[in-house]
Design a binder for this molecule. Structure first.
Ligand SMILES: Cc1cc2nc3c(=O)[nH]c(=O)nc-3n(C[C@H](O)[C@H](O)[C@H](O)COP(=O)(O)OP(=O)(O)OC[C@H]3O[C@@H](n4cnc5c(N)ncnc54)[C@H](O)[C@@H]3O)c2cc1C
Length: 379
């Protein structure tokens, strides 16, 4: 057993921490208030290799192993969770999907531009009536000669507003239900395809979340990703890495909230002494730190299995559900340690509290993770 990161992994963690703390953390509050992340940031991230982290150099990627990717995601989330989710969707749901399932022609067309940050990616599985039950989606894509005719609405699409390339899941064989789902690559500006208004969210407000509408939209047949009617399997394959990434996001937010709470407890004086001298506060800090460390170990272990190309659906679900619930416990306690000030927007814990909530919901709710884990145990 080896708990040490290798030299490359340590370098990625440190370099990302330095960049994220210096450049992004000071802007996170502004992104939240303005509900916008300036697009130029993605170019800067691309120049540093963060827009094609898992891609081989051949496509302009950084060729990182999955553990390094997870370490970087944790550091980004610690600085700005809204930006982290945006680049995580781009890297692990879009670039990775194209890398693993596209034809060489599709890879050459999309991957270098995605890695250079010229194009941003979005991933769209959810629909208004298909959330946890993702296999029940209703958007149809009927093959008509050299194109699919797409009709329907997709919901809650991260990066919807800023993306140039969309990975969408559609029904190509409606009778076959989840076995009739295919995956298409859609480009911004395609006739019949429109992006709805930004959702007004509780947290991760810098990251945009939109609806997508398709009205008699013609998508060329050559934009099919993988095989027809194999889309649901593709979606499930992508879930493990993206759940581990939400685990990393959760520990990043939790660590940021813990650090603020620890510092505040040393500064805040009540009854003539710093509140960190009270055992009630010390025990909160002890529990928060212990839970974060446990969550981190689960996330890193799942990332390790993924790096080794081993099956990790149960471990990814355990890491996600545990880390997201720890994050919500920690941000809650961080607000408590700040007292009334924790409820005010001038303190970052207020934002962490809002940002953490969604980690128990997206990429499969906590209930969905427990279904995956228990099914695995009972199999
Ligand atoms: C900020 C944000 C960003 C998102 N980004 C994306 C994105 O980029 N792409 C994308 O495709 N999707 C995205 N989503 C969608 C997200 O993945 C879904 O919201 C999530 O899967 C839950 O689906 P739902 O909201 O329809 O809830 P529902 O499925 O309606 O669930 C409602 C409740 O019922 C419970 N429930 C449902 N089924 C069961 C069951 N069988 N057993 C027990 N309990 C059950 C759930 O756990 C939950 O508590 C995003 C969501 C948010 C909030």
């Amino acid at each position: 057993m080896d708990f040490e990161l290798n030299e490359d992994q340590r370098m990625i963690k440190e370099a990302t921490r330095d960049f994220a703390q210096e450049k992004l953390a000071p802007l996170a509050q502004e992104f939240d208030e303005k509900e916008k992340i300036p697009k130029e940031i993605y170019k800067e991230l691309a120049d540093l290799g963060y827009m094609g982290m898992l891609l081989p150099e051949k496509y302009g990627g950084s060729n990182l192993d999955f553990i390094s990717y997870i370490l970087a995601m944790e550091e980004f989330a610690k600085a700005c969770a809204a930006l982290e989710i945006s680049i995580s969707v781009h890297n692990s749901l879009v670039c990775d999907a194209i890398f693993h399932f596209a034809t060489e022609k599709q890879k050459e067309k999309y991957l270098p531009r995605l890695a250079k940050g010229e194009w941003i990616g979005a991933y769209s599985l959810t629909e208004p009536s298909a959330g946890t039950d993702a296999g029940s989606l209703k958007t149809t894509a009927i093959l008509k000669g050299d194109h699919f005719l797409v009709n329907g609405t997709k919901s809650f699409v991260s990066n919807g507003e800023i993306a140039d390339v969309f990975i969408i899941f559609v029904l190509t064989n409606p009778e076959a239900k989840s076995k009739g789902i295919s995956c298409l690559i859609v480009e911004k500006g395609t006739e019949g395809f429109s992006v709805g208004a930004r959702e007004k969210k509780m947290g991760l407000r810098g990251s945009d979340t939109t609806e997508l509408s398709f009205e008699d939209c013609k998508i060329p047949r050559e934009n099919l990703l993988s095989e027809e009617n194999k889309g649901f399997k593709l979606a499930l394959t992508l879930l493990d890495p993206s759940r581990i990434a939400v685990g990393a996001q959760s520990i990043g937010i939790a660590q940021a909230a813990f650090d603020e709470a620890l510092e505040y407890s040393k500064q805040r004086v009540q009854f003539g002494q710093a509140i960190c001298n009270f055992q009630a506060i010390q025990f909160k800090l002890a529990d928060m730190a212990t839970q974060i460390e446990a969550a981190r170990l689960l996330v890193y272990r799942a990332a390790y299995l993924k790096t080794k190309n081993q099956r990790c659906s149960i471990e990814a679900a355990m890491a996600k559900v545990f880390a997201s619930e720890v994050a919500n416990m920690v941000v809650n306690e961080a607000v408590q340690i700040h007292g009334g000030y924790g409820y005010m927007k001038e303190y970052a814990v207020e934002r962490y509290f809002r940002d953490a909530r969604v980690t128990e919901i997206y990429e499969g709710t906590s209930e969905a993770q427990r279904i995956v884990i228990s099914r695995g145990l009972l199999r």
